[in-house]
Write a protein of this length. Structure first.
Length: 518
């Protein structure tokens, strides 16, 4: 538990020092100079609550995923106008008039400004996005999720509070507040409106990309270097179906050396790990090793056991697979990542964990040691499967559904829940995509309409696209891919080097979920 709190706190601190924070800095430096505790406290409160409960609330009310973010933008605009033009503020409805008065009063009302600011700061929650995905999929909030989000919120607020308090102390020593109260009020209002505009139209994206993200490595480290929080590994629980077992019977870990691997079939990172698991199963099964794949879905189409069975067979998975549609086993292990592997020894203790790709040789040595301790006397030679974990910086996984807004788009914004026509911009920024033709957005995917095209700027060796529906996708006008059957991962490009750009044409009805890179 302490390691989880420390990881969340450090992740929040490095996030608040990263380029992600650039859009909110003007308000922290202006409104925060007068009301630092209120502004930062409100930001942390709404940021944390929205991160943890926002997806549940919107899903329960059947509301679009962008509603809370748009509400934050609207509140910033109203607060800003109220500070800029008092006469306009008097014409607003009474609840907002009260809010505006409090925001304008020295030392008061900063909390309201922070609440609105926190709603537009939510996309910075990168290190806890796995928690958000789990909450959205299960509809349940766990104690670990609460602690992690609270620690992340506190961590992200500390540097901002130091910045705001320092600025306020400097302003007071210079008697700035007393002599320039009206000017500071106007500056605060202008900053609120500017932040709303920058957020609404994603105007800060070029600057964020231009500023080196020197915290990225630290963010990844504190987000994934989670110490073991298990002492005794539970058997798979709440399983929808078992695959690759006699009669679909469940598998128990009791008295066995086992590798429990969490995965989902459309995840390229999981797919790159599968050859190692398959070889460990083949090499060490006779020595007593049990490999169990726990398939915990990310997308709705991955909840279908038939889809899982088809794709597991296509990927060569022959060891037992537990279909964990309700996240019961995921939660029992306190897992947060795809892929993740837990080595359980014959006494039921978790001996080693692995989150993400890589480290296969070390993990296999731990398997061999656990088998030897369990009484295996003759082990085969160690397996020799190439480690295909990327070693260079890649474009991050890019989701296309509206629930993952703001999307990494260039040129035009994707309108959630609507069908509209798009036009390619003159250029596509690195690590983003742009649309052309007609597309319809849904929570998890975009559906192609007449003339649908997508241009992707990336940095990777290989490019993969999770697609569903029925139709075709043409890559740069030369390579055509037939799309049919359950949604799955299609490889668009392999053997590339460095940055590149693809223009993709999709026939009407093709559903596009996400891009992953290798």
């Amino acid at each position: 538990m302490p390691s989880l709190l420390l990881a969340g706190l450090l992740a929040g601190i490095v996030t608040s020092l990263s380029p992600c924070v650039l859009p909110v800095l003007p308000v922290v430096l202006t409104a925060g100079a007068r009301r630092p505790w209120g502004v930062v406290g409100g930001l942390v409160t709404s940021f944390s609550l929205t991160t943890l409960f926002g997806s549940l609330l919107l899903d329960a009310l059947h509301l679009p995923a962008t509603l809370l973010r748009n509400a934050g933008i609207a509140a910033l605009v109203l607060l800003g106008i109220g500070l800029l033009v008092p006469h306009v503020g008097e014409l607003l409805e009474r609840p907002f008039a009260r809010l505006r008065t409090r925001a304008a009063a020295p030392g008061r009302g900063g909390f309201a400004t922070g609440l609105a600011l926190g709603l537009v700061y939510v996309p910075c929650a990168g290190p806890v996005l796995a928690t958000i995905a789990v909450v959205g999929a299960t509809g349940r909030i766990g104690f670990d999720s609460l602690l992690l989000t609270a620690a992340f919120g506190a961590g992200t607020g500390l540097p901002l509070l130091v910045l705001a308090v320092s600025g306020g102390a400097l302003a007071r020593r210079a008697r700035f507040l007393r002599t320039h109260a009206r000017g500071l009020r106007v500056a605060t209002g202008a900053a609120l409106v500017a932040v709303a505009a920058v957020t609404a139209f994603d105007l800060a994206a070029p600057l964020q990309r231009a500023v080196p993200d020197y915290t990225a490595a630290a963010q990844r480290a504190v987000g994934t270097d989670q110490l073991d929080r298990l002492t005794h590994a539970p058997d798979p629980t709440g399983i929808t179906a078992w695959l690759n077992t006699p009669g679909g019977q469940p598998v128990s870990l009791r008295g066995k050396v086992a590798v429990v691997s969490f995965w989902t079939y459309s995840c390229i990172n999981c797919q790159r790990a599968l050859p190692h698991l398959e070889q460990w199963d083949a090499a060490y099964r006779a020595a007593g090793l049990e490999v169990i794949g726990v398939h915990t879905p990310e997308f709705a189409f991955e909840h279908d056991p038939g889809n899982v069975a088809d794709q597991a067979a296509a990927l060569g998975v022959r060891y037992p697979v537990a279909v964990d549609n309700d996240y019961a086993t995921w939660n029992a292990y306190g897992n947060q990542y795809w892929p993740a592997a837990y080595l359980v020894d014959a006494t039921g203790q978790v001996r080693r964990t692995s989150f993400g790709e890589g480290g296969y040789a070390e993990f296999e040595q731990a398997i061999r040691a656990a088998l030897t301790d369990a009484g295996a006397t003759r082990l085969p030679p160690a397996t020799d499967v190439p480690d295909t974990t990327p070693t260079t910086s890649l474009t991050p996984e890019t989701y296309l559904g509206a629930e993952h807004t703001p999307l990494s788009t260039s040129g035009s914004r994707v309108t959630a829940g609507r069908t509209r026509a798009y036009t390619f911009p003159a250029a596509v920024d690195p690590d983003t995509f742009a649309l052309d033709g007609t597309w319809t957005s849904a929570d998890e995917y975009l559906t192609a309409g007449p003339g649908a095209r997508l241009r992707l700027a990336f940095h990777a060796t290989s490019v993969h696209w999770v697609l569903g529906g029925t139709g075709t996708v043409t890559v740069d006008g030369t390579k055509t891919i037939a799309v049919s059957g359950p949604p799955t991962l299609y490889t668009l490009l392999d053997g590339h080097s460095g940055p590149g750009e693809l223009t993709l044409s999709a026939s009407p009805g093709v559903r596009a979920y996400s891009f992953t890179f290798g």
